[in-house]
Design a protein around this ligand. Structure first.
Ligand code: ADP
Ligand code: ASP
Ligand code: MG
Length: 480
């Protein structure tokens, strides 16, 4: 039966036959660290071949950092050293190609690696000569991480008998011009459907790099560190996927950061809101912007372990499906700066807070947590790059006090809505640790506070014990 193509009002082109709902499978850097890891990804995709997979892949582990390091070296003037620092990374890509891609399909991949090496060196020379032009050029360089890994994966899947097709993600994900932290534009739905639908309908497996996009004029952009998760969600929403899978190196979203709490356990089910709060307050396993596109189209998100694909992982769904209503996890974000502005002008006056927030607006600085008292406001920021300018402007409003090296700790769970005594229980286990900026109820699923970086691990471990490991142990015993 011929398939009729129709244009939707939003510009998307789809087939008139019932739309296929693909499964988005996103593999993070650690899932593609070497040839063995690539082969492992290939078997995971093979096992899902019947579910119309669309594969999104990050740069190989560590390469994005190396590319950013090279840009920094070049900005300092030494483009040769910058270029040389990447040599081992190109060799690593060639080694992966040798291990993972059959000899007959290897030539185009190897020449893509060579081209990337040459082009990056040229761009580094431009950066060294004209450092002022570096933000767009930095994105152009950093994008090679995902461009190469996606080429490698597409070729390797094909060599393993899958009908995969490399797609340049920049043709799908259209963004604004905020280099380094670009936001997707609405036309992404149409461009993604135009490019990927015909492949899916033809039973091919599109493979695209995460993290990268381009402006309507075609200039390369990136979506912010860890942004491949976001690509998976953007592409998933555009294609109205059946599921968005985030394949990583842990068996789901855990009850705490495993680097701080080795006893942390996978959480079987989370609501969208719980997952969004955890990601926002530092659970690195999900990029904070990943959940919104999934909510918009009611698409379940699943976090799975590429080293243990048989593990159930975490399923993230609408609140109504996410039971039971308990405390789910503790997230944290360190290296936070808090800014306190004290002014008698605040007392009983209106307009003060607006003036205060306008300062943060003017310097494009996001605020995470806010608490106020009669004559002072405390705010937390995790990007302190604009701090000197912020201080100058805030001093017009009152006395400014800065504290660095702080950690936001956030206890998250739908259960916070209606479990009496939770705050008392949380604070009694850390009663000997100085806590500030307590915020509860701003969102009904989180309780947030600030401690010094130096005390964060201790506070999180104790909270984890009382919330997840020994729920019947009285709080006093945990402190002891
Ligand atoms: P990928 O390369 O797959 O994108 P990331 O390093 O970005 O992987 O995210 C996975 C890592 O996130 C885990 O290895 C873990 O160290 C860290 N992490 C922090 N908090 C959590 C949490 N609550 N649950 C799971 N992982 C977490
Ligand atoms: N490669 C990018 C980064 O390291 C994006 C990602 O891995 O999600 O930030
Ligand atoms: Mg990540």
């Amino acid at each position: 039966m011929p398939i009729k193509r129709v244009a939707l009002r939003n510009g998307a082109v789809v087939n008139s036959r019932a739309k296929m709902r693909p499964t988005i499978m996103k593999f993070g850097g650690t899932s593609v660290a070497d040839g063995v890891a690539f082969a492992n990804v290939s078997s995971i995709v093979q096992a899902a071949a019947g579910e119309q997979p669309v594969v999104v892949v990050s740069a190989i582990a560590g390469f994005t950092n190396a590319l950013l390091g090279a840009v920094e070296k070049a900005s300092g003037g030494d483009s040769r050293a910058a270029g040389r620092s990447l040599d081992e990374w190109f060799e690593r890509h060639v080694a992966i190609a040798k291990a993972f891609v059959g000899e007959e399909a290897r030539e185009p991949v190897e020449s893509a690696i060579d081209d990337a090496k040459r082009e990056i060196r040229q761009l580094l020379r431009i950066i060294a000569a004209y450092p002022v032009t570096s933000p767009p050029l930095q994105d152009e360089i950093v994008a090679y991480g995902e461009l190469l890994s996606s080429r490698l994966l597409a070729a390797g899947l094909r060599a393993n008998g899958l009908q995969s097709q490399y797609v340049d993600a920049r043709e799908c994900v259209k963004t604004d011009e905020t280099y380094g932290n670009a936001a997707p534009l609405p036309e992404t739905a149409a461009t993604t459907n135009e490019l990927l639908r015909p492949l899916i309908e033809a039973a091919a497996i599109p493979v695209l790099g995460g993290f990268i996009g381009s402006t309507p004029r075609g200039v390369t952009t990136t979506l912010g560190r860890g942004g491949s998760d976001y690509t998976a969600a953007i592409v998933g929403a555009a294609l109205e996927a059946r599921e968005i899978q985030i394949w990583t190196d842990v068996s789901g979203v855990l009850t705490a950061d495993p680097r701080v709490v080795p006893e942390a356990k996978p959480i079987p089910v989370l609501s969208y809101q719980e997952a969004a709060e955890l990601a926002y307050f530092g659970a690195k396993v999900l990029h904070p912007k990943t959940i919104q596109p999934a909510i918009d189209k009611s698409i379940p998100v699943r976090v799975c372990n590429s080293q243990a694909p048989q593990d159930a992982g975490t399923l993230i769904v609408a609140e109504s499906e996410a039971a039971p209503q308990t405390i789910k996890a503790i997230a944290h974000k360190n290296g936070i700066v808090t800014v306190q502005v004290t002014s008698a002008r605040m007392l009983g006056a209106y307009g003060f807070l607006r003036a205060l927030f306008e300062v943060f607006d003017r310097h494009k600085t996001a605020v995470d947590v806010v608490t106020t008292s009669e004559v002072s406001v405390s705010l937390s920021i995790d990007d302190a790059s604009t701090l000197p300018e912020l201080i100058t402007d805030l001093e017009q409003l009152g006395t400014v006090q800065i504290e660095r090296a702080r950690t936001i700790v956030s206890v998250v769970g739908e259960g916070l809505r209606n479990t009496p005594g939770i705050a008392a229980r949380v604070f009694s286990v850390i009663s000997d640790i100085n806590v500030s900026m307590i915020s509860v109820g701003a969102s009904s699923v989180n309780l947030t506070f600030m401690v010094d970086d130096a005390h964060a691990a201790e506070a999180i471990m104790r909270l984890h014990r009382v919330c997840f490991e020994e729920s019947r142990v009285p709080a006093e015993e945990v402190v002891a």
